[in-house]
Design a protein around this ligand. Structure first.
Ligand code: CMC
Length: 431
């Protein structure tokens, strides 16, 4: 294994140290490249750029491996639940019984949204996009709890446990309020219930009748949120880190992450998948038209729920969720024609040269919507559910940035390709 690398530019060779991650990930440390050579690396989309060191999640896209703090996602899916995995991702270890109680108590004590904050909803029309509401209201947590969210790393870290618990618990409550606001339903108060039961209560209880979740439903919700807990340096997590690197507080950084997640190529893909499956169903199609359109190379016609920026293999989360779909539907005594369509579409794409040659496989979003649908969650809420699930990962990454004494503000460079210097012309002289 080399212990350094060299880059030859303009006939001169410059040595750079090689870094090896704990799982063997190799990188060349080029922090001094521009200073040494006057050059920068051009890496559009950062596909070859390590923007940070992180200890939260290990992802091997070639082999379809995903581990949080060393634990394989498949083991967490089988033995853990969303809140325990959230603790693991944020604090680095599975909680002891005492830590579990403290964390659960903190989540419970911070689950409600104060009346003043509830009024923010009055400014939104019923049909406002759920993710736009979510990012605004999470952003307003920074205004509401400004003593806790100070834009000062040291002070924010002293209050981190409380801010983190607030974020996890309140984003769940806000998500449920968005659901009710969109339907003109009155808001409900959180109860003394486990996290996922409370989410179902906040969404589906009636003022006159409590929603009582059957264990299969809570289990499925736990699984699907857990599957979204963290995913290395994806677009929204990198956004949270970038915003956090300026010293911005946790709530402000999370609000930015939520906006990044809303795009159809990222968290919005689960909604797009469901719309695609529904359209195939409504038009009694076999999906060929979506597959053929996707092969045209246009970004707006991609096969939604397929492909990934780093996986060149099955997304392990898709495997777990795909298998869970069948089990959950069976346990709930439901059948869903969209699940059959999804299975057929997956098989057709996996046999198609276009998808084979580009190593495009189903990702986490391909099957997650089927489970959300079986739980009674409407399509326009899917990305909000993704955000509730991803919150612990964003928090863990924000903490790494905030607690790094040697951290720098994120500031990529660019290759300018615009107009070169010219002189100002008054309006009368412009043609
Ligand atoms: N349908 C058709 N073609 C595709 C797709 C797709 N879903 N995904 C990638 N390609 C093509 C792409 O156009 C490129 O073609 P060519 O080599 O001819 O230029 C080739 O495959 C390689 O693309 P890539 O470099 O692997 O893809 P990327 O890193 O630019 O984009 C992605 C990754 C996830 C944005 C993309 O696969 C995509 O748009 N998928 C559909 C949307 C989706 O399901 N997103 C959810 C991602 S997982 C959860 C999350 O991160 O939120």
């Amino acid at each position: 294994m080399p212990n350094d690398a060299s880059i030859k530019i303009d006939g001169k060779e410059f040595p750079y140290p090689v870094m090896i991650g704990s799982e063997g990930e190799k990188a060349v440390d080029v922090r001094n490249l521009r200073k040494d050579t006057g050059y920068i690396f051009y890496d559009q989309g950062y596909g070859n750029t390590g923007s940070c060191e992180s200890q939260v999640t290990f992802l091997d896209g070639d082999n379809g491996i995903l581990r949080h703090r060393g634990y394989p996602i498949e083991q967490l899916a089988e033995h853990s639940n969303f809140i325990e995995t959230a603790y693991l991702v944020i604090y680095g270890e599975l909680p002891t019984a005492k830590q579990w109680k403290t964390f659960s108590d903190l989540l419970r004590a911070n689950s409600a949204i104060e009346t003043q904050m509830q009024r923010v909803f009055e400014g939104f029309p019923k049909d406002a996009p759920p993710m736009a509401m979510l990012s605004s209201i999470v952003g307003s947590l920074a205004a509401h709890y400004h003593q806790l969210a100070t834009n000062n790393f040291e002070k924010d870290l002293q209050q981190f446990d409380l801010a983190a618990a607030m974020a996890i618990s309140k984003i769940r409550t806000i998500g449920a309020m968005i659901y009710r606001h969109s339907r003109g339903l009155p808001f409900l108060h959180p109860k003394d219930l486990p996290f996922c039961d409370n989410l179902l209560h906040l969404m589906f209880s009636e003022p006159y009748q409590d929603y009582v979740a059957i264990p299969e439903v809570t289990k499925a919700l736990n699984l699907i949120l857990l599957m979204h807990t963290d995913h290395e340096q994806n677009c929204s997590t990198s956004t949270v880190r970038m915003v956090g690197s300026s010293g911005a507080n946790l709530f402000t950084s999370l609000s930015a992450g939520i906006n990044a997640l809303s795009g159809p190529l990222h968290g919005g893909a689960n909604t797009a998948v469901m719309n695609m499956l529904q359209s195939i169903h409504d038009e009694h199609d076999d999906g060929t038209r979506f597959i053929e359109a996707a092969k045209g190379g246009s970004k707006s016609n991609r096969l939604m729920g397929f492909g990934h920026a780093v996986y060149r293999n099955f997304d392990p989360r898709a495997r777990v969720i795909g298998q869970a779909c069948d089990v959950v539907l069976k346990k709930l005594g439901k059948s869903d024609p969209l699940l059959d369509i999804a299975h057929n579409l997956e098989q057709a794409a996996l046999k198609d040269d276009y998808f084979i040659s580009r190593k495009l496989y189903p990702n986490v979003d391909f099957y997650s919507g089927i489970i959300f649908r079986a739980l009674g969650i409407p399509t326009n809420m899917f990305t909000v559910m993704f955000a509730i699930g991803r919150t612990p990962g964003w928090i863990a990454n924000w903490k790494e940035v905030a607690s790094n004494p040697k951290g720098r503000i994120y500031r990529p460079r660019q290759v300018y390709t615009g107009v070169v210097k010219r002189d100002y012309v008054t309006i009368a002289k412009r043609s």
